[in-house]
Design a binder for this molecule. Structure first.
Ligand SMILES: C[S@@+](CC[C@H](N)C(=O)[O-])C[C@H]1O[C@@H](n2cnc3c(N)ncnc32)[C@H](O)[C@@H]1O
Length: 257
């Protein structure tokens, strides 16, 4: 497996203001307490850990060992046994767990990290292979605020901007900066760089940079992509507060075979 691009930044993932509003959304979509759930790109278990007690079994896959190590620690701290929740290292476009699931999810825009058509096709093939009869999958991407043309013109900026900062235990300060240096304007893939800096007073103690790819999808295009891969759309949302599809900050699609 390729190098772990999250090795340095994983320790700050759970400190950032993540959208906890999606956790009750995914919890409510677990069809029964007897359901088996698969999370693609489970990361530190932000969603996986609180979902574990609402299903029979939850499995998480992620390519980052650093993120998974944190997830395993959280499962252990919560006293969640291995017959209830497991995580394995792997790519979400190319895995075979040899079993099927009633619900497959990929919260917090994981799908957008897939840059190539081959990876996207691979993910949908994996979903076909792992969905139980009657099961469903929910994928999420952000809803681009700007038109494609405007994105191409304005996404890249020379300066670094402060996104948020917060105090940590022990009086340290954690700040996250965003750089927007590069975009593939043909494939509509943006390459943000997330820079975490931890300070003790004014002294910079640590810096971790995470460079990711985010492939952009517009509402109709995202829905079409799902049906083009042989699935039937069941439901759609524009955000986790129930916004109409295409009108909120997120694009969320639920589909089945
Ligand atoms: C933004 S985090 C989301 C983590 C978690 N789903 C959440 O909601 O907090 C994206 C995660 O997807 C994982 N990821 C991205 N591309 C992946 C791939 N091709 N295969 C496996 N995991 C991947 C990353 O390692 C990272 O942990």
């Amino acid at each position: 497996m390729a190098e772990d691009i999250r090795e340095e930044a994983a320790k700050y993932y759970d400190a950032q203001p993540n959208p906890t509003v999606d956790i009750p959304f995914y919890r409510a979509r677990i069809p029964s307490p007897l359901a088996d759930v698969l999370e693609l790109g489970c990361g530190t278990g932000r969603v996986l850990v609180p979902l574990a007690d609402a299903c029979r079994f939850i499995h998480g896959i992620d390519s980052s060992e650093a993120m998974l190590a944190r997830c395993r620690e959280k499962l252990k701290a919560a006293g969640i046994a291995e017959n209830k929740a497991q995580v394995t290292r792997g790519g979400i476009s190319d895995f075979d767990l040899g079993r099927r699931f009633d619900l497959i999810i990929a919260p917090f825009r994981v799908f957008q990290n897939l840059e190539t058509d081959e990876e996207v096709d691979g993910l949908f093939e994996c979903v076909h292979r792992h969905l139980a009869p009657g099961g469903s999958c929910i994928l999420n991407v952000f809803n681009p605020k700007r038109s494609a043309e405007e994105m191409r013109r304005t996404w890249c900026v020379p300066e670094e901007v402060l996104e948020w900062e917060k105090m940590l235990d022990g009086g340290r300060r954690l700040a996250r900066f965003l750089r927007r240096p590069r975009m593939d304007t043909e494939k509509m893939i943006v390459y943000p760089e997330l820079v975490y800096r931890r300070y003790d007073g004014d002294v910079l103690e640590d810096e971790a940079v995470l460079k990711i790819a985010m492939r952009c999808y517009y509402p109709d295009e995202f829905a079409q992509l799902v049906t083009d891969h042989g699935f039937t759309l069941i439901d759609r949302w524009g955000g986790y507060a129930g916004e109409p599809y295409g009108q909120g900050p997120e694009l969320v699609l639920k589909f089945s075979e």
